[in-house]
Design a protein around this ligand. Structure first.
Ligand code: G3P
Ligand code: MG
Length: 267
């Protein structure tokens, strides 16, 4: 989102997608009123993030899931990236395709062309380079790097498309995040945590080490004191994957910055 298009103080919109910005600042409508009401009761505005696209409604990490997420007006879509035998970056969670396609072949065995024969719920597995330009005008994208050694290729795709400001990288592999920042400090990264670290301090040091703008933490590992400490350090907190309306309401009340759900319309 460029300052030329939005001459608003950056602190107003940093971290918010196009839809959230227009909804809440330029064309305030009913959701704006709902958010304002929430603010009065102590909650903050929260980013609505579609996990693997709106994967509760359509096959995960496919065009159908991404289009459904856009239809639901999400602020961000999370997707997973791996590579094929011929080093094409593709949007797929698993290294083996059994769960998704019923075929026990690995991505590493297939070229991108061969991969097109393997469908996920009737949908082909898309390339990152095709997905990003189709989605980044509408919302931000959280690109989760699932394998070692993807940072260079992923950074190249994002830079070639000039969409680095709309892409937030994350990974359980801290080396990939460090590599991204070494390639270009302007690339945005988030620290991904699945289990609670020994202390909140450990978690924050990890996030600061990789220069993360956000911590993306599993719902089971989330702690209120982590949120407080992260906010004190100027780091946002997103929680994944939350599909329960009551839990979502609770997290919103606590003031998390983003919630990732397979059913983002619940947020
Ligand atoms: O980025 C949060 C979440 O997607 C990480 O777990 O297994 O769903 O990719 P997973
Ligand atoms: Mg993921």
């Amino acid at each position: 989102m460029s300052k030329r298009i939005f001459p608003l103080p950056q602190r107003w919109y940093r971290g918010y997608g196009w839809s959230a910005l227009t909804r809440n600042f330029l064309f305030p409508g009913t959701r704006h009123i709902a958010v304002a009401a929430g603010k009065e009761s102590g909650s903050r505005q929260v980013m609505r993030i579609a996990h693997r696209g709106a994967s509760g409604y359509a096959p995960e990490n496919t065009w159908a899931a991404f289009h459904k997420a856009l239809e639901l007006d999400v602020d961000m879509i999370e997707l997973d990236v791996r590579r094929t035998r011929d080093h094409e970056l593709v949007v797929c969670h698993d290294a083996r395709l059994d769960r998704l396609t019923g075929n026990p072949v690995t991505l590493r065995e297939l070229s991108f062309i061969e991969l097109q024969q393997h469908q996920v719920g009737g949908q082909t597995i898309p390339r990152l380079a095709d997905v990003l330009p189709a989605l980044t005008d509408a919302c931000e994208i959280n690109v989760e790097l699932k394998e070692r050694g993807l940072a260079e290729a992923a950074a190249a795709v994002v830079k070639a498309l000039n969409c680095h400001h709309r892409v937030l990288f994350s990974s359980f592999l801290s080396a990939e995040l460090l590599r991204l920042k070494a390639i270009d400090p302007a690339l945005r990264v988030a620290a991904l945590l699945t289990a609670a670290p020994a202390t909140v301090g450990t978690c924050l040091r990890f996030a600061q080490l990789v220069q993360a703008e956000a911590i993306v933490v599993s719902h089971s590992a989330f702690r209120k004191r982590l949120l407080t400490a992260a906010h004190r350090a100027g780091i946002k907190v997103f929680v994944w994957t939350v599909d329960d309306a009551e839990a979502i309401a609770h997290l919103k009340g606590l003031g998390v910055d983003g919630i990732m759900s397979n059913f983002p319309d619940l947020i």
